[in-house]
Design a protein around this ligand. Structure first.
Ligand SMILES: *Cc1c(COP(=O)(O)O)cnc(C)c1O
Length: 396
């Protein structure tokens, strides 16, 4: 066994935090430098015709992977327990690429109603134009999804918790029902990261990440990954090659840099978010808090069964139906920014619009705010929320 292989075998037994810290780094290959180089590449040279003809070397072309992308894919495979991972230019591309790989015209697919908004836009536009029958299902359906399965159902798309309304799905039950009818099950696993939920262990075939979020963690890039089990890997890899959707070397490197500290960052986000969520739950201006780690969450037990922790994104509803009043609260926030995306070091809030939902319409109780709790001191975040609630006329 080569030294590198032996090293990889050893790493399989490591705890997740140790894997996060070490996997993918091969200092022996780079004169002892701890991190891999940022390889900017189109052309890779071959020694002779025979090597070209047989593609008989590890690297063949810039779009097909480099030592930099391999390093990040290696960490993700180790964390997800996947057979292979591809990198794509954004989290959204990490959704569209596997859907295009596994769905054909004439197929029926099942997508949770509380999917990430742009997932729905892609399905309703591109997939529908391809002649795909897209059906949205109740995220809480669980084993009941077997009733929706048809002979031509090729993919069941999941996301847990659901975007903005934070339903926890019964992933093992959904996978069982889907596999009985030979469908592929995909998950958008961005919220939990493989640190807190390992989808392939629960039956999922393809795990999707917006690496933009916790892995990169600094609001300075967009990148995505798709990790597949043995059954789906070859098809995913081939399709990724066909689509030409590869990742930039610098963004890949920055994500690799970010993922080394992801464990400590997530635990801090988790702690801060729980402190704010518990405080909001007791607050007279707040109707509901949607956070899977709170005992009040309707699927708290499912979350406890399947997840190892919670992250920094959750929802709460303001006790009002007056959008202008909610906007006054929102506009008065100082530390907490108004902006999309999440999982960066800085706190952000979004006033959520659920008008595209057919089934998962939230609690129906007040106006929904999605909060990304960053790494600021929760004392200051509570003070910011308090002054904004006062500005909005929610408290005196
Ligand atoms: C942000 C996000 C994406 C998309 O990621 P981008 O890199 O911004 O394209 C996909 N899924 C979920 C759940 C997200 O939060």
């Amino acid at each position: 066994m080569s030294k590198e292989k032996a090293e990889q075998e050893n790493q399989k037994t490591y705890q997740l935090d140790t894997k996060l810290t070490h996997t993918g780094n091969h200092p022996d290959n780079y004169h002892g430098f701890v991190n891999p180089p940022v390889v900017h590449a189109s052309t890779v040279l071959y020694p002779n015709y025979e090597t070209m003809r047989t593609r008989g070397q590890k690297y063949t072309y810039g779009t097909k992977g480099t030592p930099t992308t391999d390093a990040l894919c290696e960490v993700l495979d180790e964390m997800e327990g996947s057979a292979g991972t591809v990198l794509v230019p954004s989290g959204l591309a990490a959704i569209t690429i596997p859907l295009l790989a596994f769905v054909s015209g004439g197929d029926h697919i099942l997508v949770l109603d509380s999917c990430y908004g742009p997932t729905r836009d892609f399905c309703d536009d591109v997939l529908v134009r391809m002649g795909v029958d897209v059906e949205y299902y109740d995220p809480l359906i669980g084993a009941g999804i077997s009733k929706l399965m048809r002979d031509n159902t090729s993919v069941v798309f999941t996301e847990s918790p659901g975007s903005n309304t934070f339903e926890i799905q019964d992933i093992p039950a959904i996978c069982k029902a889907a596999h009985e009818r030979n469908a592929i099950v995909m998950i958008d696993n961005t919220w939990a990261t493989p640190l807190y939920f390992k989808p392939l262990e629960h039956g999922i075939d393809i795990s999707i990440h917006a690496l933009t979020k916790y892995p990169a963690g600094h609001s300075d890039l967009v990148l995505g990954s798709v990790s597949a089990n043995e059954k789906c890997w070859k098809k995913l890899q081939r399709h990724h090659g066909i689509m030409g959707c590869c990742a930039s070397p610098d963004d890949t490197y920055l994500t690799l840099r970010g993922i080394r500290s992801m464990g400590v960052r997530i635990r801090e986000h988790e702690k801060n978010a729980l402190e704010i969520a518990k405080w909001l739950e007791e607050h007279p201006a707040i109707a509901t808090v949607l956070h899977p780690a709170l005992p009040s969450h309707p699927q708290h037990e499912l979350w406890q069964r399947d997840f190892k922790g919670s992250t920094g994104l959750f929802g709460f509803t303001l006790k009002t139906d007056d959008m202008e009043k909610a906007a006054r609260f929102y506009d008065a926030l100082n530390i907490i920014g108004r902006g999309y995306s999440w999982a960066g070091y800085e706190s952000l809030a979004v006033l959520v619009n659920l008008s595209d939902r057919k089934i998962a319409k939230g609690t129906g109780d007040g106006i929904l705010v999605r909060l990304n709790v960053g790494l600021e001191d929760p004392i200051d975040l509570k003070a910011d929320i308090t002054q904004a609630l006062r500005a909005g006329g929610f408290i005196n």
